[in-house]
Design a protein around this ligand. Structure first.
Ligand code: GYE
Length: 309
């Protein structure tokens, strides 16, 4: 599997591809599913996948990458928790001839050659899709929106914010009244939503936009406990398409989600296998789809997904 890349897989069984995966953590249901699918995809291909959980910290990811380099893995998958600060460690991987594929989040770098390819959705577009649905739903009413942002500094938080804001800016009926980070987790988003309900006042909240479904689940709990009716009096739109949001949609507590596939590793292994085999240059950005789902299909979508996550 290492015909092209000199020095790859040192000390390993030469037939088996060894891939290190620096994963962010398990902050959301989507993230847990991505890790699980990566293990399944590796197993189906006979790849030795080594997963390192960074507990949401970039320094742990940098350490994991250095460990993978020291082990002489054939390739590295990196889901970068934040956008900046990767150039030095990626240069070390390149120095060792180890290709790096970015999964589900992007990086900001002066040298795009520091990574081989990225498998990710278009997160700016996800924000636009969410806002377009909301604009349509609201019609010519005035609507104040609460935004729950993802992890500060994460590409997907920056991009989902940007895409949403772009559509809001072109629509006089939509206003973002508050925008705060819930760190992509249920528990943090619930706390943030509780305090926003107190400061903004329930009746002044027309809609909630959350950068992921898990934060929306936390926000729904906060709203319900405060006697509000998300899904009816307060519109919701979030991103990921995890089973729990489909259940909430089926039960009338949520309205819309923009799905992204948790299978980021499959396309990454495909392009890595081709690249390591004969040097086939991959597409730089393998872009996954961003379809919108509404309550009408939620029951069926939940039934399909409950066992896959
Ligand atoms: O939407 C969120 C997760 O980077 C695309 O990270 C990923 C995001 C996903 O924690 O649930």
């Amino acid at each position: 599997a290492c015909a092209v890349i000199a020095g790859c897989g040192q000390g390993q069984d030469s037939d088996q591809l060894v891939v290190g995966f620096s994963q962010i953590g398990s902050e959301s249901g989507w993230r847990a599913a991505e890790t699980r699918v990566a293990r399944e995809q590796a197993e189906a291909r006979g790849i030795d996948l080594r997963v390192s959980d960074a507990q949401q910290r970039q320094e742990n990811q940098i350490r994991a990458i250095r460990t993978f380099i020291a082990q002489g893995v054939d390739a590295i998958l990196l889901a970068p928790v934040v956008e900046t600060g990767w150039d030095a460690v990626l240069a070390e991987a390149r120095e060792a001839n180890i290709p790096v594929v970015l999964l589900d989040r992007r990086i900001e770098t002066a040298d795009e050659d520091l990574y081989l390819a990225a498998v990710a959705s278009d997160a700016v577009e996800e924000g636009r899709v969410a806002a377009r649905w909301l604009a349509e739903e609201v019609g010519d009413r005035q609507c104040g929106v609460i935004e729950l942002q993802g992890t500060v500094g994460a590409s997907v938080a920056n991009d989902r914010r940007e895409g949403f804001a772009e559509i809001v800016a072109g629509n006089p009926n939509l206003t973002i009244v508050r925008s705060q980070s819930g760190d992509f987790t249920r528990s943090r988003a619930k706390e943030v939503m509780e305090s926003l309900i107190r400061s903004v006042g329930g009746p002044n909240i027309c809609a909630v936009y959350a950068h992921n479904d898990d934060m929306m689940i936390g926000a729904i709990q906060a709203m319900t406990e405060a006697g509000l009716n998300p899904g009816e009096d307060i519109l919701t739109v979030s991103i990921d398409g995890v089973p729990d949001i489909f259940r909430a949609m089926a039960e009338g507590q949520a309205n819309a989600t923009v799905e992204l596939t948790p299978n980021m590793a499959g396309p990454a292994f495909d392009l890595l296998e081709a690249y390591l085999d004969d040097g086939t240059a991959p597409e730089k950005w393998v872009r996954t789809d961003s379809p919108l789902y509404l309550a009408d299909t939620a029951e069926a979508e939940y039934a399909q997904r409950r066992d896959r996550y």
